[in-house]
Every structure is written in structure tokens, then in C-alpha cells.
Design a protein around this ligand. Structure first.
Ligand code: B12
Ligand code: SF4
Length: 486
């Protein structure tokens, strides 16, 4: 067997990011562990199509079992841009098998060209498939689609970027790692499939530090994103991260997700200062105590504001973003605008990302219940009525938007409010950027300090988009030369 891993995670809402796809790197590591030759083709939608096709044909030319493994964690839409090429390749290589993995949704419109769909965290299924073992355990109502409903932490281990010289990593790349798998909490609106996990598995800090150090020593990488849904869910995780950083000979720039309410604790604050993240995303959702309680987050909002002030003094350079939801039961327009002003007055956050509360159906014949939030499963219990109106998504995302209504808002008003809030944010000079946006800017040398990002967010993102295009182009050239020389 030989495998071309086609990877894409740089489109959609964040075209200025050039992060390498952590899932694709794990697919590669799994193949390497079984001595199966493979090559990752990163950012496949941006390749010149004939170059990509030529490379795939060359790489798969001398194997009896040719495979294309597609990894598209964010949207299956990306596959449509190469669908014609895949059809051609199937005609030219008659025994070619095409598999897709990583996404949480199954798109039946791709079933004519894809042979096997592995939904969500699927390393265990992939492992069985590679070994030719039975996949009965993971069968779904669709014959080509497999899903693992019971994740076993020994098969689904935390992933740390793993690359070799033919991946052409440079110091301008941003790589990812996980500290653990799963989250202990179960917030009502959350659809992270591995939430509500009793004992999330945590990495071995020494091993992780060794891998990160090696990526730094071999390629000069200093920018890393941590993909855990909650880095500070436990002191053990913070301890692990702090130990990892203590073992490294360099100071990496890190971005990741934290829960603000847990940082009220002095012990957490001690680790916060030691770890000193470059950028942090807090899922605050609302500053309204009533609305916050409704989504199973802390209602101690005054404490949270004090915590933000404290964090500012502990690590003044950390870029702080908050994800906020518009339309939560118990909230109000007045409160939303008042909290914006409060944040600006007290300089609590650098940026806020608002979004209208979205209740989405899994408009798909295959999914795990855990891919739906509690709120979607039983909206009435949380004060939302579905009006029956459904807004279909046109972008192959499979999930449709369900129109909801509560005591003060509905989905349509929440969308309008989103525009009004963005205008007010601009006036108040609160940024609209993700903590994860910072790393490309640092890695591409566009900014040296976080404050430059705070002041020029829009221009910096535009520069990132332009510069990352050049970085990708250089990568495509090197990769093509390498593959054609094989
Ligand atoms: C970090 C993260 C981000 C970061 C960084 C993204 C990046 N470029 O790497 C940021 C903040 C930028 C981001 C943005 C978005 N994100 Co996000 N993000 C995540 C998060 C927390 C971790 C992703 C990750 O790297 N995980 C670790 C890796 C190892 O896991 P993995 O990708 O699932 O890969 C594993 C398996 O899937 C499998 N696998 C992967 N590929 C393949 C291929 C084959 C062939 C096989 C067999 C297996 C396989 O192997 C891996 C090991 O098990 C996930 C939730 C989660 N915890 O997974 C959401 C998640 C991926 N994001 C999601 C979404 C929707 C988005 C946004 C669209 C949000 C928005 N509205 O803006 C944007 C899109 C970004 C873009 N490029 O346009 C959804 C995707 C839903 C879906 N359809 O599957 C997720 C699942 C969250 C959720 N539950 O809703 N995100
Ligand atoms: S929102 Fe964050 S803390 Fe809450 S369940 Fe989801 S991952 Fe866990």
C-alpha cells in the first residue's frame, strides 16, 4: 500500500491562517508506524490541479494498493474543488481507493467518488481498516460510513505534530499539539463530541517536550497552537504544559482555549503566569449572570471581571479574545451593549468574537448524539422555541440552521444585532480577531509584539493572507520537485 494524504484546513472563515492540519499529521504518523509509504499534500485546494494530479499519479505509480486519504477537519466543501480530479484519477488508476476522515459530518453527495467515510475521531477505525480487521463495530446505516461511538483513549491518543523533511516545514510554519483528549464539562451549547469525559487522558510531558524540541531543532518552528477544547480544565493539564515549557530550550509562542471561570483560583493563576500564553481564547459567551447560568457556565460575573483584570497584570502581553453568543435566554440587548462598553472602559479584553446563537440540525443520516449540543437536542428545556423555519446551508456544511425564539430575541434579530454589535465594537476599538490569528502574524514576521496586532488587526490579517500565499507557493514548488524526483 502507498497513501497520498490530501489535507486542507486553510479555507472558510480563516483564509489568513496557514496552520498545518494536525489530523493529517496523525494519519501520516499512523501510516509510518506500519511502514506504509505515504506523503502529505498540504493545502490541496490551493495547488495547481494538474501539478497535484501529476504528483499523485507519480507517487502511487508503483504500488498494488494505491490509496488517497483526504483530511478536511473543517469542511467537506473543500473536496468539491478536486472532485473532477478524483473522478479522473479513479479512471486512470482502476484499483484506487479514496477514503476521507476527520470531519464530523457525512455528505452523501460525495458517496459517488469516496469509498469509505471515517467520521470524527477515527484513528481506531483507520487502524483496523489498515490491518484488514473487521469494521463491523463501527458500521452505520450507510454502508460506506464508519463511526466510533466509544472512544478508547489507548487508540485515540493525544496528537503532537509529526513531520519529516519531505513535509518542507520552515520556521514560518505554525504547528499544533494536544495536551489531552476530551473535556470534563458539558456546556449546553457545546457540540464537542468528546465532552463530559470523566478522566480525560493527559500527555506525557517529557515525550511531548522531546517532540516539540525536535520540530524546533530541525526546522526552527517556534509557533504552536494547542487544540484542546479547554487547556485549564484541570491543574494536571496546566502542570503538564508548564513541565513541557520548562524542558524546552526555546520559548514558544502558544495559542489556545481556556475557561475564564476556572482561572479565579490562585493555583491556576500561578500556572497562567508561568505558561504566559501569546494568545488565549475564552469562551465567555455572555457577561450576563442569568444567561451564563443557562449555558452551565459560572454566574459569578463580577469575579470573572476581577479575574480578567488580574490576568492582565500577570501577563500583560497575552492577547485575550472572548467568544460571545448573541441571543441567549436571560440576556438582553441592553446588557450586551453595556458589557461591551464595560470591557472597553476597563481594557479587559483585546478582542471579542460575537456570533448569533446557532441551533443546527444534523441533516445527515450518520452522526453521534454527542455531535449535537444539549441545547439542540432539547431547546425548550433551555427556554427556546423552534419556529419550524429552517434555513438550509448552501455550502455543503450539511447542517441546516433551525430558527429559534426566546423571551427577548429570535435567530433573525440575533443576526441583525450581530451587525450592530460589530459597529459598536469598532467605535470602542475592541478588536474582532481570534487568539489563533496571532500566530501566523508572528510566524511570518508581520508583527513582533502582540500590541502591534491589537492596534492593526485588520491590516495584519490581510498581510498574513498575502504572505501565507507565498509560503504555500514555495511549499508546492518544493513538494512537487521532491515527488517528481522519486
Ligand atoms: C483548534 C480548532 C480550531 C482552530 C485552529 C484550526 C486549524 N487550522 O488547525 C481555529 C480557531 C482557527 C478553528 C476555526 C474553525 N473551526 Co475549529 N476546531 C478546532 C478544534 C478545537 C481542534 C481541531 C484539531 O486540530 N483537533 C486535533 C486533531 C488531532 O483532531 P482531528 O482534526 O479531529 O483529527 C483526528 C481525527 O479526525 C482523524 N482524522 C483527521 N483527518 C483524517 C483523515 C483520515 C483519512 C482519517 C482516517 C482520519 C482522520 O485523525 C485525527 C486523530 O484522531 C476542533 C474541535 C476538536 N477538539 O477537535 C474544532 C472544529 C474542528 N472546528 C470546527 C469549526 C466549525 C470551525 C470553524 C468553521 C468555526 C467558525 N465558524 O469560524 C473555523 C474554520 C477554520 C477555517 N480554516 O476556516 C468544527 C468542525 C465541525 C465539522 N464539520 O467537523 C470542530 C470539530 C468544532 C465543533 N465541534 O464544532 N478551529
Ligand atoms: S464549551 Fe468548552 S468547557 Fe464547555 S463542554 Fe465544550 S469544550 Fe468543555
Amino acid at each position: 500500500m502507498k497513501v497520498c494524504v490530501l489535507s486542507e484546513n486553510s479555507n472558510g472563515t480563516a483564509p489568513h491562517l496557514h496552520y498545518r492540519n494536525l489530523g493529517a499529521s496523525e494519519v501520516g504518523r499512523k501510516l509510518a508506524s506500519k511502514n506504509i509509504p505515504y506523503s502529505i499534500f498540504e493545502w490541496f485546494t490551493h495547488w495547481n490541479k494538474s501539478d497535484l494530479k501529476e504528483c499523485v499519479l507519480r507517487f502511487l505509480k508503483d504500488t498494488a494498493k494505491p490509496v488517497i486519504a483526504i483530511s478536511v477537519p473543517f469542511t467537506v466543501k473543500d473536496v468539491y474543488s478536486i472532485k473532477d480530479m478524483l473522478v479522473d484519477l479513479k479512471q486512470e488508476i482502476t484499483n484506487l481507493e479514496i477514503i476521507i476522515g476527520g470531519n464530523r459530518v457525512y455528505d452523501s453527495n460525495l458517496a459517488d467518488v469516496i469509498d469509505h467515510f471515517f467520521i470524527g475521531r477515527s484513528m481506531e477505525i483507520f487502524d483496523a481498516w489498515l490491518d484488514g480487521r473487521s469494521l463491523d463495530k463501527y458500521k452505520t446505516v450507510e454502508p460506506k460510513v464508519y463511526l466510533n461511538k466509544i472512544i478508547n483513549a489507548h487508540n485515540e491518543i493525544p496528537v503532537i505534530s509529526s513531520y519529516n523533511d519531505s513535509d518542507f516545514i520552515t520556521k514560518h510554519d505554525v504547528l499544533g499539539f494536544e495536551l489531552g483528549i476530551g473535556c470534563r464539562f458539558n456546556c449546553t451549547f457545546c457540540n464537542y463530541d468528546l465532552r463530559n469525559m470523566r478522566n480525560p487522558l493527559i500527555v506525557d510531558p517529557v515525550e511531548t517536550a522531546g517532540k516539540l524540541q525536535s520540530l524546533h531543532d530541525r526546522y526552527g518552528v517556534t509557533n504552536f497552537f494547542i487544540t484542546d477544547d479547554t487547556i485549564n480544565e484541570s491543574i494536571e493539564k496546566l502542570q503538564a504544559l508548564s513541565t513541557i515549557l520548562g524542558l524546552l530550550t526555546f520559548k514558544p509562542n502558544l495559542a489556545g482555549y481556556f475557561r475564564l471561570d476556572l482561572l479565579e483560583s490562585e493555583e491556576q493563576q500561578k500556572y497562567w503566569q508561568k505558561i504566559n500564553m501569546a494568545g488565549v481564547f475564552f469562551g465567555i459567551e455572555t457577561f450576563n449572570p442569568e444567561a451564563s447560568k443557562g449555558v452551565r457556565k459560572s454566574s459569578r460575573m463580577l469575579f470573572q471581571i476581577e479575574t480578567l483584570k488580574k490576568l492582565r497584570t500577570l501577563t500583560p502581553n497575552t492577547f485575550l479574545t472572548a467568544g460571545m453568543i448573541i441571543g441567549l435566554t436571560g440576556d438582553s440587548e441592553e446588557h450586551i451593549f453595556k458589557s461591551l462598553e464595560n470591557v472597553a472602559e476597563q481594557n479587559l479584553l483585546d478582542s471579542m468574537l460575537y456570533s448569533p446563537l446557532g441551533l443546527t440540525s444534523m441533516n445527515s443520516s450518520v452522526f453521534d448524539d454527542f455531535m449535537l449540543s444539549d441545547l439542540v437536542k432539547d431547546p425548550e428545556r433551555f427556554g427556546y422555541k423552534l419556529t419550524g423555519e429552517i434555513i438550509p446551508r448552501s455550502d455543503h456544511s450539511v447542517q441546516d440552521a433551525l430558527v429559534w425564539k426566546n423571551e427577548w430575541c429570535d435567530y433573525h434579530r440575533a443576526k441583525d444585532l450581530y451587525t450592530e454589535v460589530a459597529a459598536r465594537q469598532e467605535e470602542l476599538r475592541i478588536g474582532i480577531a481570534d487568539a489563533f490569528d496571532l500566530l501566523p502574524a508572528l510566524s511570518l514576521g508581520i508583527i513582533e509584539h502582540n500590541q502591534e496586532f491589537v492596534q492593526n488587526t485588520r491590516r495584519v490579517k490581510e498581510l498574513c493572507r498575502k504572505k501565507s500565499k507565498i509560503l504555500k507557493h514555495n511549499y508546492f514548488e518544493q513538494k512537487k520537485q521532491y515527488i517528481l524526483s522519486l
